[in-house]
Ligand binder design. Structure first.
Ligand code: SF4
Length: 267
């Protein structure tokens, strides 16, 4: 290999970029998400490639043993098995399991193969962990993915974090939050635990586990009772507002559920 090849860190959905070079890796200073930085996981991305136990050639199971085979032998066997399954059971006999560690482009090509073979049995582990967010995001935003660049976080004046420990899980996102803080943004973190994300917070709402929805409903209650809602946004950009009923979620009631002070919720 000569020169350097741009690639994406496989360890989380933040999608930090870096280059692979003949000698290792090089930071991608002009990448819009990470601007040359990587978290410890990204910095260790090549450890897998260079690991002594990395599989470097195809292996085939023979009885209880694994034997080394050539690439053409392995690919012929794969084709044979797929054709046999197709002949005997039709496209429904085939299943394709991709990986969240692959790039979008790799998974895209992978589903192309599945469709070419006539099956829609294709999945990967991301669906399991991401499916609740897919449902919620699609209902709320119309698309099951982030609708803005991560760097937009730096332009926010107030950031409310709930259900996330991004400082540990997605550290490069935390960089953008720190940049917002440098501009004077307030950061509110709702989490029962004192996480590294909570360390970033100006206000840490250390609520009881399982009371997130009650907290949100109460915040809506306060916003509506104090007339702080953006009426034109609600009119133009939302549906079903009339059906929203959070009248029971008073700060006093939710304070006893969440363990938070009523004044903290109102603040
Ligand atoms: S935040 Fe870390 S793990 Fe996630 S993509 Fe960036 S370098 Fe990789």
């Amino acid at each position: 290999m000569s020169g350097r090849t741009p690639t994406v860190c496989p360890y989380c959905a933040v999608g930090c970029g870096f280059y692979i070079t003949p000698n290792g890796m090089e930071y991608m200073q002009d990448h819009p998400v990470n601007e040359g930085s990587l978290c410890p996981k990204g910095n260790a991305a090549l450890d897998v490639l260079n690991h002594v136990e990395r599989l470097r050639y195809p292996m085939m199971r023979v009885g209880d043993d694994w034997i080394r085979v050539s690439w053409s032998e392995a690919l012929d066997r794969v084709a044979e098995e797929m054709l046999r399954a197709l002949r005997e059971g039709g496209p429904g006999a085939l299943a394709f399991l991709g990986s969240a560690k692959c790039t979008n482009e790799e998974n895209y090509i992978f589903q192309k193969i599945a469709r070419l073979m006539g099956t829609n049995s294709i999945d990967n582990s991301a669906r399991r962990c991401h499916s609740p967010t897919i449902i919620a995001l699609r209902e709320m935003l119309g698309t099951p993915a982030t609708t803005n660049p991560i760097s937009d976080l730096a332009l926010s004046d107030c950031i409310f974090v709930i259900g996330s420990n991004l400082a540990e899980n997605h550290p490069v996102v935390a960089r953008w939050i720190l940049r917002a803080k440098d501009r004077g943004a307030a950061v509110i973190v709702a989490d029962p635990r004192v996480t590294p994300t909570a360390w970033l917070a100006d206000i840490h709402l250390q609520l009881n586990p399982g009371t997130d929805i009650a907290l949100i409903n109460c915040m809506i209650h306060v916003i509506l009772s104090e007339g702080l809602e953006d009426r034109s946004f609600i009119r133009e950009r939302t549906r079903g507002f009339e059906e929203l009923d959070v009248s029971d979620y008073t700060p006093e009631m939710v304070s006893s559920m969440t363990g938070l002070g009523a004044g903290d919720i109102i603040r």
